[in-house]
Write a protein that binds this ligand. Structure first.
Ligand code: ADP
Ligand code: MG
Length: 368
């Protein structure tokens, strides 16, 4: 799969751009605030119908403008495909494939597999457990539509159950009856989600450990441990047991919405003990494992976006990352950096074809 051409109008600080891309590595160089990450984000948008960084679409429109447009030409398994995303202020967004509007945006998700690795991914480690659940859900739902449907159904049931808990002053037979209906739903849909998550983590873990060993030079041992209430039998029983407590809390305290992924570095939580560089290596290995996972499930290589990834990485780890990028598993890559000379050295070593673009105040021009 290859992104051949992109044309942008008013996407964040990029007022206008027409860019042709290499099948190999495409590099964007410029100072802080130039628009490098915004460009990567526009490529992300065309894959996921949303920004990687900002969930509010209207804020993606360039200040003082009325709309943005992203048009992208992809080659997917020797077939040319055209995608169009546009948003006008106070209107619904438009999303088209080969000039035909999608009836549901979810039909598009998964067609253009893509992995973005950005410094912001540190939040996967530092933030609360919902970030880690979102990570799993994002990857699994890219290739499994029924999983996405289960998540949506589960969330609807959970919202209903929580609303019931909140609206109730004290326990009664009628409440018990209503809660039972939701308990049953949450337990059965939750079991499907749990199975899918368990399978995914089991498959991801060794790949993650392989990449981590490779980048860190085997100096550290990492692990991922999945914790879920479903690991204990009888979720319905657990919900019932906690009913009194849930009524006091006003929310549901058991279920897959409380699942957690524990990240360990040499046996200790990386969240509390990891240095900046170790944390970066950790989430990078996690995202590279995600890449390999999607590659395997789709049968073609996703696009890889590396946002400022060589920054603050020691020379050894940077060299290992370059070695990886040069390998056959990775096809089209988009990289941003603030220093051209450093990035040029890096991409030359991969042996892949490459091109450079200058980014300055939202203007993007081809360099070499
Ligand atoms: N909707 C918008 N309209 C205009 N400029 C925007 C918008 N959203 C973000 N920006 C600007 O984009 C710039 C950041 O661009 P970014 O791509 O993150 O820079 P970098 O090159 O450092 O990656 C900031 O100056 C910010 O003000
Ligand atoms: Mg940036």
């Amino acid at each position: 799969m290859q992104l051949k051409h992109i044309s942008l109008l008013n996407y964040k600080n990029i007022r206008q751009a027409e860019l042709e891309f290499e099948p190999g590595i495409n590099c964007f160089v410029g100072n802080n605030g130039a628009g490098k990450t915004n460009l990567l984000d526009s490529i992300y948008y065309i894959s996921f119908c949303k920004s990687y960084f900002n969930p509010i679409d209207s804020q993606l429109i360039c200040h003082d403008e009325e709309f943005f447009v992203i048009q992208a030409q992809y080659e997917i398994q020797n077939q040319d495909e055209e995608f169009y995303a546009a948003l006008r202020k106070n209107r619904k967004k438009q999303f088209k494939r080969n000039k035909k509007e999608y009836s549901r945006l979810s039909d598009h998700i998964g067609l253009l597999p893509l992995v973005m690795i950005s410094p912001g991914d540190e939040r996967l480690i530092s933030d609360g457990s919902d970030q880690r659940r979102k990570f799993i859900d994002g990857v699994v739902s890219q290739y499994n539509k029924s999983y996405l449907a289960s998540i949506l159904r589960y969330n609807r049931c959970l919202t209903q159950r929580n609303a019931l808990l909140k609206s109730t002053k004290g326990r009664s037979a009628s409440i018990d009856g209503q809660l039972e209906v939701w308990d049953e739903q949450l337990a059965s849909i939750g079991a499907l989600i749990f199975d899918e998550r368990s399978g995914f983590i089991e498959e991801l873990k060794p790949v993650f450990q392989k990449y981590h060993r490779f980048i860190s030079g085997e100096s550290e041992v990492v692990d991922i441990v999945y914790h879920s209430h479903h690991q204990r039998a009888g979720l319905e029983e657990q919900l019932k047991k906690n009913r009194e407590r849930d009524l006091v809390l006003g929310y549901t305290s058991r279920g897959v919405h409380r699942d957690e992924l524990e990240f360990l570095l040499d046996g200790y939580p990386i969240k509390k003990n990891g240095s900046q560089g170790q944390t970066k290596t950790f989430f990078m290995a996690l995202k590279l494992a995600q890449y390999e996972f999607l590659n395997k499930h789709f049968g073609y290589a996703p696009v890889l976006l590396l946002d400022d990834m060589f920054d603050k990485l020691d020379d050894y780890r940077a060299a290992r990352l370059i070695e990886l990028m040069g390998g056959d598993s990775f096809h089209q890559i988009f990289i941003t950096d603030t220093q051209k000379s450093r990035l040029l050295e890096i991409v030359k070593k991969t042996g892949k074809t490459f091109s450079f673009f200058n980014v300055n105040g939202g203007n993007i021009t081809q360099d070499i």
